[in-house]
Design a protein around this ligand. Structure first.
Ligand code: PDD
Length: 282
């Protein structure tokens, strides 16, 4: 039987209900995280929960949780479901209240839910690479917040799916921002280029790990905006996320990158990533 975490309590899946007037449901008024489990250990949990607390603060959501208490809850949930390789999704909304756009006064209790997902690493794709398509970034201007408002991301991913691509690379007026659920990198002449971690992208935890690997291995990590044309002319392209890890991209809008072959810097980053899985899982 699958257990779901509702606030601090583990309940059976069929008993896990949220209210019709929960603000997460009515307004997307909430935040979330996705944390990976490798071999029964949480990977970069501290970084994920720090980001969750930052997202809460940025939307003015008062919560009592700490990195430690959230880590404990997630461990308890994973153990209850016997999930050792996979991940945990956690959402926190501003709670249930009569429908009104403004925050409820006085505030109501936030509602936390979390569920596990067993998941095998995408070995085949990590080896051979994936296809992406490019599309306009139509999202709001606070993409740094990991908010439950994901309609722009959902529509972008659906566009990718329609064209048999793994991911949609979004751009604002020709400047590449990020994927629907990943960060995007162009590798050119040995330099890793990616959009700066400002309000236009989510500062991915995997992105940070890639930055650490670049620091370790003296690879220049250049956080400056670049165009779709630059991406298409790159020597190597990757996307990254908690589930996709360091994922090679071998075609963009149907055109091959690097003749459709996965390049050497990508392989170097993938090897570095394995070392971080070993050293940052607890
Ligand atoms: N998404 N950008 C966006 C818009 C994302 O949704 C994600 C992750 C990332 C990569 O962040 P990280 O490396 O911390 O996973 C970048 C998660 C996996 C999701 O929504 O399922």
């Amino acid at each position: 039987m699958t257990k779901i975490l509702v606030n601090d309590v583990l309940v059976e899946e069929q008993d896990a209900k949220v209210a019709y007037n929960d603000r997460g449901y009515n307004f997307g008024d909430g935040i979330y995280e996705y944390v990976r489990l490798y071999d029964n250990k949480l990977f970069t949990a501290k970084e994920h929960f720090e980001r969750l607390l930052r997202s809460a603060q940025e939307i003015g959501l008062d919560i009592d949780y700490t990195v430690e208490s959230l880590t404990e809850l997630v461990r308890k949930l994973a153990e209850a479901n016997g999930v050792t390789d996979g991940g945990v999704y956690m959402q926190i909304t501003r709670g249930a209240a009569p429908r009104d756009h403004a925050f409820p006064t006085p505030p109501v209790a936030p509602v936390l839910t979390a569920f596990t997902k067993s998941y095998e690493r995408p070995y085949e794709e990590l080896k051979n690479g994936v296809s992406v398509v490019t599309t306009d970034d139509v999202r709001w201007l606070r993409c740094d917040i990991k908010s439950l408002n994901l309609l722009g991301n959902v529509l972008a991913k659906e566009y990718a799916t329609k064209y048999n691509a793994e991911e949609a690379v979004q751009h604002r007026d020709g400047i590449v921002t990020e994927g629907a659920s990943s960060n995007v990198y162009a590798i050119k002449d040995g330099v890793v280029h990616t959009h700066p971690a400002n309000n236009l992208i989510l500062n991915g935890i995997t992105r940070r790990v890639i930055q650490w690997i670049c620091d370790d291995e003296n690879i220049t990590f250049n956080e400056e905006p670049f165009t779709v044309e630059f991406l298409k002319a790159a020597d190597e392209v990757i996307i990254s996320s908690t589930s996709a890890e360091v994922m090679p991209v071998v075609t963009i809008d149907g055109e091959p990158v690097n003749g459709g072959q996965v390049g050497p810097i990508t392989r170097q980053l993938q090897e570095g990533f394995e070392r971080y899985i070993a050293s940052h899982s607890h």
